[in-house]
Design a protein around this ligand. Structure first.
Ligand code: SF4
Length: 256
């Protein structure tokens, strides 16, 4: 594994990244599509089910040297816009991708960085933003360069944190002219009252609602009973036109 330290001249706009790689999207309505993933360090939330230790900052960004290989290059954090753009080009040249996923952690913690990077990226491939859906003011700074938004609504029964109803509501309204879907991670304990709150946030009946049963942090296996999955699905299908139950498929395939 090689390590790259960037020259000082490229140290203007930078961000802490966990990894850059090419893989298959494992969640949401674009499940199965090939994407380039740019995964940011750090998150302002502490969801109990979080499976990404990268919500905490790391010293190096891991970069897959070629699509599908296990060989990694280490890039010292924080990483420059120029460097990320070069690595995106590196993957774009190798194989066809549907879009570029900006994920985390929480990418919206890095809007200065994204404001420099996204205008360059959006002409290469559609920009796909995976976000907790809790920072509408941050979204407004970059929304002109975003094509697809995968917006979480965080349910207290799954996250262990309080519901951010007003933030989610404003975020949804700010996203409504984009290609948008909503993802709900739910647990065996999720009460119907929390799902009722989703109707207060999602005002368009045709917005796709993706139900993602919570998985075990230790085994990666589903923790929600069939009876609960059907209860949640039936409750939301009575209110929304496009409700789908989709587990994290990349874990089944042992992909990044
Ligand atoms: S928002 Fe995502 S990255 Fe942040 S703690 Fe929750 S699951 Fe983890």
């Amino acid at each position: 594994m090689s390590t790259i330290v960037e020259p000082q001249s490229q140290r203007l706009v930078r961000a802490g990244l966990q990894e850059i790689f090419s893989s298959i999207q494992g969640e949401g309505i674009w499940v199965g599509k090939r994407q380039i993933f740019v995964r940011f360090n750090a998150c302002h939330l502490k969801c109990a089910y979080c499976d990404t230790p990268q919500r905490v900052a790391s010293a190096y960004c891991e970069i897959e040297q070629s699509c599908g290989s296990s060989e990694k290059t280490l890039l010292e954090n924080p990483v420059s816009v120029e460097s990320v753009l070069n690595w995106i080009w590196h993957f774009v040249r190798q194989t066809r991708h549907h879009s570029i996923s900006f994920t985390g952690g929480e990418p919206l913690l890095y809007t200065d960085f994204l404001k420099s990077l996204l205008p360059e990226v959006v002409s290469l491939l559609p920009v796909y933003l995976e976000t907790s859906g809790t920072q509408p003011d941050k979204l407004a700074e970059i929304i002109d360069w975003v094509n697809i938004i995968a917006m979480d609504i965080k349910l207290p029964s799954a996250t262990g944190e309080a519901m951010q109803l007003e933030n989610h509501r404003q975020f949804y309204q700010a996203s409504s002219d984009k290609e948008l879907f909503v993802k709900l991670v739910f647990s065996e304990q999720t009460p119907l009252s929390e799902l009722e709150a989703v109707s207060e946030i999602v005002t368009h009946q045709r917005t796709p609602i993706i139900l993602q049963p919570m998985t075990s942090l230790t085994t990666g296996e589903n923790t929600v009973s069939a009876a609960k999955i059907f209860e949640v699905e039936e409750f939301l299908s009575a209110r929304f036109a496009d409700v789908r139950v989709i587990p994290q498929t990349h874990k089944m395939l042992a992909l990044l």
